[in-house]
Design a protein around this ligand. Structure first.
Ligand SMILES: [Zn+2]
Length: 484
């Protein structure tokens, strides 16, 4: 109709393809023919307008109302995005056997109201059963991402227990929208709400099969209400606020332990990427830390981007700088296994940076997150085969004391994670300058091994490995010991 009205000939390529598109909607049967109703009212309006145009009636009145309603610049709507996450991402992992696949079905996409975590049937007509079945086939866990302290205004938690809402200096905060959900209040984790929340997670674990819980947005400070479990009328507001901050971690641990006791095998990851989060050993007694999801918004590094035009979170930039930040916490590994500090690495091409990211990941932080669908076939094969080797020796790597040579971002920067008891594990070498580097392992290593290109290896009389690594450009070399 548009092309016709604008005076295009019917055989103009643009007009022809549009007309062919409409014809595809026609269903012609023996006794009747009709045009399939469209999901979009714009289409229906267009077809109705076309009928008017053919009848010789002016289309200005019929179509004019649409002009101010035209929506431009929208790349994706949440519904479509959900469909893509649901189907394509999993299909991709099936096709290419990508070993780790972060299926973060963001809760804003799965539910429309916080705390009453019902799966949105508009978005997932079959609940999450299809997703769960597919994950089970891969031996993967179904995980959901929560803001535990948020409870929707109309939620059961708020309706039945309004006394558990946080208050500050005698005032309950205004409810606010959390992403695309209904407005939510902040609930106090050091009140009866903690057990209520634990029971919700247990219900989700049993009913939906969720066994991996990411917790986000729990602030260290936030409540000084005198009617919760962190102070009373005889305490000052400061004492009550500090008591909340002090007890928060124990309360979170209590929830994680209660869920794990009811449904063994569940894991809680607490996101401490942002500031103002409780970070200490207490929570590690029952859960893990999600140490870095996106990345710091700081410009401490010489990142070649335009600060005016680009997103200056390092997560969005390829190259080695992000991994310098994400590898720095490996200094904890001497005392606390790095597997307790989930950190996301980038899967993006080119291979040069994929090698750096995978080499970092296998040191134990174990996370991968990004636009998996845009990773090249070659990249998926590389990541998948690397992680398959890693899985053969991950326990050896985890149990071994790290031997570290060089500084993060230095050349070379070397991590030896070989188990003294099995001789299995890995050595990873990073370099930011081209050159040849030699390393002799501290521990004896089994001779069966796999290594990156540009690496030669031989074993001395004592069983230690002497490694020569040649770097043509900045990157990483991986050596696995004890893999098939
Ligand atoms: Zn409180």
């Amino acid at each position: 109709m548009m092309f016709h009205t604008l005076g295009y000939a019917p055989d103009h390529p643009e007009a022809a393809i549009a007309w062919a598109g409409v014809r595809k909607l026609l269903v012609v049967q023996e006794d009747r023919a009709y045009c399939q109703p469209c999901l979009s009212p714009v289409w229906d309006t267009s077809l109705a307008g076309h009928a008017l145009a053919e009848a010789g009636v002016s289309t200005d009145t019929a179509c004019g109302w649409l002009i101010p309603l035209s929506v431009r610049g929208l790349h994706q709507d949440p519904h479509r995005l959900t469909q893509r996450l649901d189907a394509n991402r999993l299909r991709e992992s099936e096709r290419k056997s990508l070993a780790v696949c972060d299926v973060d079905l963001d809760y804003t996409l799965t539910t429309t109201r916080t705390v009453d975590w019902a799966v949105s049937t508009a978005r997932f007509p079959n609940q999450l059963k299809n997703v769960k079945a597919r994950l089970d086939a891969y031996g993967m866990k179904l995980g959901l991402w929560f803001g535990p302290t948020s409870a929707a205004v109309s939620s059961k938690a708020v309706r039945e227990h309004p006394q558990w809402r946080m208050s500050w200096n005698g005032k309950i905060g205004e409810p606010r929208e959390i992403w695309e959900t209904e407005k939510s209040y902040e609930m106090c984790m050091v009140s009866g709400y903690a057990d209520y929340f634990a029971d919700e997670l247990i219900r989700l674990a049993k009913e939906v099969g969720v066994s991996y819980f990411k917790w986000d947005a729990i602030s260290q400070y936030g409540c000084n209400d005198p009617h919760h479990n962190h102070g009373g009328e005889n305490n000052t507001q400061q004492e009550s606020a500090d008591s909340y901050a002090f007890q928060l971690v124990q309360s979170m641990s209590h929830v994680a332990e209660k869920v794990a006791a009811a449904v063994p095998g569940t894991i809680v990851d607490f996101d401490v990427t942002e500031g103002g989060r409780a970070f200490g050993l207490a929570f590690l007694s029952s859960g893990k830390f999600f140490l870095i999801n996106n990345g710091p918004y700081y410009q401490n590094y010489d990142v070649p981007i335009d600060l005016e035009k680009s997103n200056w979170n390092l997560f969005f930039n390829q190259g080695p700088a992000r991994t310098w930040i994400t590898r720095s916490p490996l200094t904890f590994d001497k005392w606390i296994p790095s597997v307790l500090f989930l950190t996301h690495y980038f899967p993006d091409d080119p291979r040069q940076w994929q090698e750096v990211n995978v080499a970092s990941l296998i040191l134990g932080q174990n996370g991968i997150w990004g636009d998996l669908l845009s990773v090249s076939d070659d990249g998926v094969d590389f990541i998948g085969s690397s992680l398959a080797r890693y899985k053969q020796v991950r326990n050896d790597i985890t149990e071994s004391d790290p031997v570290v040579t060089g500084l993060v971002s230095g050349s070379p920067e070397i991590y030896e994670k070989i188990s003294p008891s099995t001789g299995k594990g890995a050595v990873v070498i990073f370099a930011t300058h081209p050159g040849g580097y030699e390393y002799v392992t501290s521990h004896k290593a089994v001779t069966q091994h796999w290594n990156s290109d540009g690496v030669t290896i031989h074993f001395d009389g004592s069983g230690r490995a002497t490694i020569q690594a040649q770097f043509e450009k900045p990157g990483a070399k991986i050596l696995f010991f004890g893999v098939k």
